[in-house]
Write a protein that binds this ligand. Structure first.
Ligand code: ATR
Length: 270
């Protein structure tokens, strides 16, 4: 049977094995999918051992996405733009290829939620890897303007310089009052129960406030946004499922329906 895996460190919390085995069942694909804890300094060795044992492809999660980017011999445009790889596979010529499905996973999830991206004004919070990987796909989906705001403005400026003038970098205190159609939290602040310190006016009456993180309860940012009058608040579980579905499509050529699997993962979290 074809063998797939997710590599990370830590990896015990990963929902990817459950998700991909559900996808395989749904699409009648014969495969195995396991979670592999890779040492922080030697992802390449772990990957080589996996391939030698018959591994066909893998997902790569934090903090190994940059190492996977270095390792891949052939990179997709979206992986180059993100500077990170979350999906590895070996092509017909035997080359190791790296792709990044995080951005298209976010776009697919926003579309699933009925969010209109064409001509939208987006406030994107955070200037780490999570943020960098989604800017290109958001622009390709028709977003008119992205204000990229970060606690440390210089990091936002470095990322914005890779794009055209549709992307503007600011600090949290300099966010222009533009009546955003969509506000996305791509900071890791929720991991410590915190939220980015932005003015309430940016989320007040916003049609959709989205946090890329997810958990049993809404993140501190989503709870706060709701209190400030945001119309709709959603977490990143759908993005997780959608980036996985895109990786599955790359490996197997069939695109699973995330809806039933999303319900199962939501039940597990409850
Ligand atoms: P990732 O790959 O998940 O994006 P990262 O590269 O470590 O992780 O980036 C974390 C992001 O979350 C950064 O934008 C960070 O802001 P700084 O660049 O100013 O450090 C942001 N972040 C983390 N905790 C935060 C908090 N409490 N408030 C606001 N921003 C926070």
């Amino acid at each position: 049977m074809d063998r797939y895996a997710v590599f990370g460190n830590p990896i015990g919390q990963s929902k990817s094995p459950f998700i991909h085995l559900q996808f395989a069942q749904q699409c009648a694909q014969q495969l195995t999918y396991e979670a592999i804890l890779a040492p922080l300094d030697s992802f390449a060795d772990s990957w080589q051992r996996f391939v030698a044992a018959g591994g066909k492809g893998a997902n790569v999660t934090a903090p190994l996405k940059e190492q996977a980017f270095q390792l891949a011999a052939c990179l997709s445009e979206r992986a180059k733009q993100a500077g990170a790889v979350n999906t590895l596979y070996i092509d017909e010529a035997g080359q190791l290829c790296g792709d990044n499905t995080d951005g298209c996973g976010l776009v697919a999830d926003l579309q699933r939620l009925g969010c209109k991206l064409a001509d939208a004004k987006v406030l994107l919070l955070g200037a780490g890897g999570a943020s960098r990987g989604v800017i290109g796909p958001l622009l390709s989906a028709g977003v008119a303007q992205i204000v990229l705001a970060n606690r440390t403005p210089a990091k936002a400026a470095t990322i914005a310089s890779c794009f055209d003038n549709r992307v503007q970098a600011v600090g949290f205190a300099q966010i222009p009052a533009l009546r955003y159609d969509l506000v996305i939290n791509a900071t890791s602040s929720g991991l410590t129960g915190e939220r980015p310190n932005i003015a309430a006016e940016h989320v007040h009456q916003c049609a959709l406030v989205y946090d890329m993180l997810y958990g049993k309860t809404p993140t501190a940012f989503l709870q706060w946004a709701k209190q400030q009058g945001a119309q709709r608040c959603e977490d990143g579980l759908g993005m997780l499922l959608s980036q996985a579905a895109e990786a599955f499509f790359i490996w197997r050529g069939v695109r699973p329906d995330i809806t039933p699997v999303l319900s199962l993962v939501q039940e597990q979290l409850a």
